[in-house]
Design a binder for this molecule. Structure first.
Ligand code: NAP
Length: 453
């Protein structure tokens, strides 16, 4: 493999498919036309990549190295049978970095030591395929620059929405549009939890089920508190909005405070609740947020259930485009990784447009859903209305379901569109009222034509 690999073609020789090259320059590459591949990480995705490669038998591609710690343990796993007998298992990263492999597939995750190792791979002329969203969210711009300087490719289409080709779809298919906003469901764990809660289950039970099914980690914070989704949102913003954001500056809100009662009230409003990651560029500022939001039942975002992912892009010229499918799981993600490998092997370059460092704010102009749990006394509604009026927020509706005790009464107020910061100010004051038994809950309501301010 080399920078001139664009000349690679698939041909049939003597009835056998093989990868060949048209130019002498490529034909003289170091591995005689065979693309040698190293896997870093033999976990859920890494072992599935080995399986897909073994079963699909793509001609001209050879898995030559598998790097992982505790190799003896990995070699005993059921998936080890998919690793060719000729491949070298190793616990020494230098066996890969100092080898003649053409493509390093990184499926370990994390920032360290991964970033340093991938830099070494790139500077030694190896292409890199990775599914590592945290690494790409935080270090993607500098790694991409390094890859360009070294005339190799860095491809990460599996990093967002696993098996759903959102990144290549946006790069290749929508690169010609001027994207105005993106919104989506990019964390399958949260979608599993919230779409199960929609049918009446409570948060704690569903989280436990998600952990038993392997959808959620023992410590579910990265998923439920929105950190996983915000890394993905930053990657999508870079591609769609050409905006380089610092993930730490993107506002997040946990789904763990959403309760069954919120789904009941959401239903009254003809909505459901999903963890939404959204970003839009206004002038030079990106408005971005990852939070549970009320989603109208007629929005495609309301239709995604279980671990499904969905991303809706809105372009100036092309309008809305929806991507949806299995956002996670070893095999769906392996499909994205192997597709990246095939593209790199064939020298197919992705569209890269310049990105700019952008300021980010969590401010949106949107209607809001406010849920209070109070010890019911006369004058509560007027106190809440007064606090909202004081910041200039108008009430749109008030909902109170019967059947709750007066001493612990949940009820809901929805507002007309107002700024996030305006609502936060009012909720801060309302939270201090004596009658409030719990911290009031605020959810943005997603509407088709809402704006960022
Ligand atoms: N799973 C998904 O559905 C999915 C979807 C999209 C993207 N991704 C991304 O794909 C990557 C891999 O995910 P995964 O689910 O396959 O993770 P995983 O099951 O935890 O696999 C990671 C593998 O890498 C090994 N490893 C980690 N750090 C290492 C280190 N410093 N040195 C040596 N070996 C190391 C682990 O070894 P041990 O077994 O010893 O821990 C494990 O075998 C992550 O970046 C993840 O965000 C995953």
């Amino acid at each position: 493999m080399c920078g001139a690999a664009l000349c690679n073609v698939w041909i049939t020789e003597n009835g056998r498919e093989t990868m060949a090259t048209k130019s002498k320059k490529v034909a003289a590459k170091k591995n005689d036309g065979v693309v040698k591949v190293a896997l870093l990480g033999f976990g859920t995705v890494g072992s599935s990549v080995a399986k897909v490669l073994a079963q699909s038998k793509f001609a001209g591609i050879e898995l030559t190295h598998v790097y992982n710690r505790s190799v003896a343990r990995k070699k005993e796993s059921a998936a080890a049978k998919f690793v060719p007998a000729t491949a070298k298992w190793t616990e020494n990263i230098d066996d890969v970095l100092k080898s003649n492999v053409d493509v390093v597939i990184e499926l370990m995750g994390g920032l360290n030591p991964t970033e340093g190792w991938l830099k070494k791979a790139i500077t030694s002329g190896k292409h890199v395929v990775t599914a590592n969203k945290q690494l790409i969210a935080y270090k993607g711009v500098s790694l991409q620059r390094l890859a360009a300087q070294n005339n190799v490719q860095l491809v990460y289409n599996a990093a967002v929405a696993g098996g759903v080709p959102v990144i290549p779809g946006m790069k290749q298919g929508l690169g010609g549009d001027r994207m105005q906003r993106i919104s989506g469901i990019v964390n399958g764990t949260c979608n599993y939890i919230l779409s199960r809660m929609e049918t009446g289950a409570d948060y704690a039970t569903v989280l436990k089920d998600a952990q038993q099914l392997g959808y959620a980690e023992a410590n579910p914070s990265a998923d439920v508190d929105g950190f996983d989704a915000r890394a993905k949102l930053c990657i999508l913003s870079r591609i769609a909005l050409h905006a380089d954001l610092n993930p730490d500056e993107v506002a997040t809100q946990t789904i763990s405070s959403v309760e069954a009662v919120d789904f009941m009230y959401a239903k009254e409003l003809n909505c459901t609740i999903r963890q939404i990651s959204r970003a839009q560029l206004e002038g030079t500022v990106v408005h971005a947020r990852v939070a549970p939001m009320l989603v109208p039942m007629d929005s495609p975002l309301a239709w995604s259930h279980g671990t499904q992912n969905m991303v809706v892009t809105s372009g100036l010229y092309g309008g809305d485009v929806v991507f949806s499918g299995h956002g996670a799981g070893g095999e769906p993600t392996a499909v994205a990784v192997v597709s990246d490998l095939l593209a790199v092997a064939q020298g197919a370059k992705s569209v890269e447009l310049p990105v700019r460092k952008r300021q980010v704010t969590g401010e949106f102009m949107a209607p809001h859903y406010l849920r209070f749990v109070v010890d019911d006394k006369p004058g509560i509604v007027s106190s809440i209305a007064g606090a909202l009026a004081k910041v200039g927020a108008n009430i749109d509706s008030l909902l109170q379901k019967p059947g709750y005790p007066k001493h612990k009464l949940p009820f809901v107020v929805t507002t007309e569109p107002c700024l996030t910061s305006t609502i936060e100010k009012a909720m801060h004051a309302i939270g201090k009222l004596d009658c409030m038994l719990e911290k009031p809950m605020t959810l943005q309501m997603l509407v088709a034509d809402d704006t960022a301010e």
